[in-house]
Design a protein around this ligand. Structure first.
Ligand SMILES: [Zn+2]
Length: 311
């Protein structure tokens, strides 16, 4: 790989898209002899959904503007997607943008960037790979708490269950058979109980008023009873999921990321506290720690995918 080769990661979210291009050179004076790593970034918010053709046109426009700023051609593109993909990379389900069902995003972007290698993968899997790399740890379970709950598992340094075999849908683990309806159609999935919107819905009931994230954050920081009850319940659900996945996978760490978890001080520590309470004799529970890459786990994972280092 040439130190001047440029790779692009794209993190596609439900409300916004983040792009980062990087040269392959070392990030600092780390002795690789490749000189400094150069980078270019771009972020945009999706306009209201009008269908995949309109969405792709917006994406292509921002992509083109970023590519024009680069020093040379792109050597590879990696895309992190919250949608469920089939083995060849077509979208089979994305509740956030249902019209994308059937779309082959990698193929569409190859038309925008002829001759460039473009790969797509699940954003939770890629976030897990990026966190495992950042922690230099081969066995990591990742949970991202935001609008939904994404997740990924890395065992022995590789994503589980592996390319072509689907992704880990930790957000759809059922933790309460009679719980609230999930957008997947089932009841009681982790996502239906502990995502950002699910937590805010319970907060509105407890506070008997509409509660936005800033209000919840302030009330949680002030340790108001209703906010503590609501947030601790979400932490308990996440702890149950983390411990249950840990029973099967034995990670060194459970890493908790995502904007919602990141935005509430003490949230990750509370999940860890509740997870440790679920240990059983002779079986320790892996520590729950905050994402090392903050909100950038999926984007860093997309860059690993672009460089062919995420499979
Ligand atoms: Zn579900």
């Amino acid at each position: 790989m040439d130190a001047d080769s440029t790779f692009l990661g794209i993190d596609i979210g439900g409300t916004k898209v983040a792009m980062r291009a990087e040269t392959a050179g070392v990030a600092q004076d780390g002795g690789g002899g490749g000189g400094g790593r150069k980078s270019w970034e771009s972020t945009f918010r999706w306009p209201p959904p009008e269908g995949p053709a309109a969405d792709l046109a917006v994406l292509a426009e921002h992509l083109d503007a970023l590519v024009r700023r680069l020093d040379g051609p792109l050597a590879g593109v990696g895309i992190a997607l919250p949608a469920t993909l089939d083995p060849v990379g077509r979208v089979t389900a994305w509740p956030g943008r249902p019209s994308w069902t059937g779309l082959d995003l990698a193929a569409a972007l190859r038309e925008v960037l002829p001759g460039t290698e473009v790969r797509c993968a699940d954003d939770g899997d890629l976030a897990a790979m990026a966190e495992a790399a950042a922690l230099d740890c081969p066995d990591v379970v990742y949970l991202g708490v935001g609008t939904g709950i994404g997740g990924g598992i890395v065992l022995g340094g590789r994503p589980y269950p592996g390319p072509g075999r689907g992704s880990c849908e930790i957000g759809h683990l059922v933790v309460d058979r009679t719980g609230p309806l999930c957008d997947c159609g089932r009841r009681g999935c982790v996502q239906a109980l502990a995502s950002g919107p699910a937590t805010l819905r319970r907060a509105a009931v407890e506070a008997a008023a509409e509660v936005d994230f800033a209000t919840l954050r302030q009330a949680w920081s002030d340790r108001l009873d209703w906010a503590v009850r609501v947030v601790e319940e979400s932490c308990a659900v996440l702890a149950a999921a983390a411990v249950s996945v840990g029973e099967l996978t034995h990670p060194a760490y459970t890493v908790l990321g995502g904007g919602f978890a990141d935005g509430l001080p003490g949230f990750v520590a509370e999940v860890d506290r509740q997870a440790q309470k679920l240990s059983r004799p002779g079986h320790s529970v892996a520590p729950v720690r905050a994402a090392a890459l903050g909100g950038l786990s999926s984007l860093r994972g997309a860059l690993l995918l672009a460089r062919g280092e995420a499979a």
